[in-house]
Design a protein. Sequence first.
Length: 342
Amino acid sequence: MRSSILIIYTGGTIGMKTDADTGALVPFDFSGIYEEFPSLKRLNVDIDVHTLSPVIDSSNVSPENWVTLAELIRDNYARYDGFVVLHGTDTMSYTASALSFMLENLAKPVVFTGSQIPIGVLRTDGRENLITAIEIAGAQLDGRPEVPEVSLYFQNRLFRANRTTKRSAEALSAFRSYNYPPLAEVGVNIAYNLPAIRRPEEYPRELRIATRLSGGIELIKLFPGLDERILRAMLSAPGLRAVVLETFGAGNAPTSEWFIRVLEEAIGRGIILLNITQCGGGQVSMGLYDTGLRLQRIGALCGYDMTTEAAVTKLMYVLGLGLGEEETRERLRIPLRGEFTA
Ligand code: ASP
């Protein structure tokens, strides 16, 4: 069966091409995709392109852009079998993680991709990333989408988006999913890792989206020598609602009295503290050492093996739901979209 795919171009390196006259990099018009890549016609997919206006370098992306993206997917959800989002690599894992939460009952593929080298440069990685992302977005298994979740495709690997992190500003394999296996590996064939892919309990489902994302989130990375006055000031910021605390190793932090007291006071003021590890791989296990246990006792929540990108965007999403305190904490304790393994 032929699939129909909507490509949403948001900006980033993938969309750049060398101007024949000036030699400068200029944005590529993706609506001319078939002229540029005639081989796409051989894929079993029909493609439409939507370019966001204005296109942005992904360092400028904001939660407002995420809402625009979610609305665009919702408005086109019934018309297409899958979506490919072309995005700058710098913050792609943030946007893709945010969308994984905001698209509440997704049952179709949303595949993020981009490139390290502009699409108009001979040695680009963008061509392969784009073509394979389209193929994955259109792939079906027994008449159902093969990968009905928010994913990120880069350099021969398809990942669950909310497990990814940009790990290199240089390598073409720019993304890693340290704590979850790839959803697919691409060689001569696309080998889907079926047990790793999330599937909705029922089809068809109408897409519901969350459009309220909370502000008031802070990210604090611990280091030896962190100053009491500075930490106190950070935790007293007006409007602060939740802190992602990047701790050491398996969720460990200093046990000094002042440190625990400052955090405890913040929790007492209703601020949520979510403990994730600053290590790429592995997970927080707060009962393992006294240095982690202290955080657990004062009420810090365990972020298990969540990435920073998933932790930040999950807090924005969950706090934006406007639930009561206990229900909010409950949503943070469980994986909502496969974002952590407890
Ligand atoms: N600065 C670019 C961006 O994130 C880099 C890229 O696309 O790879 O928009």
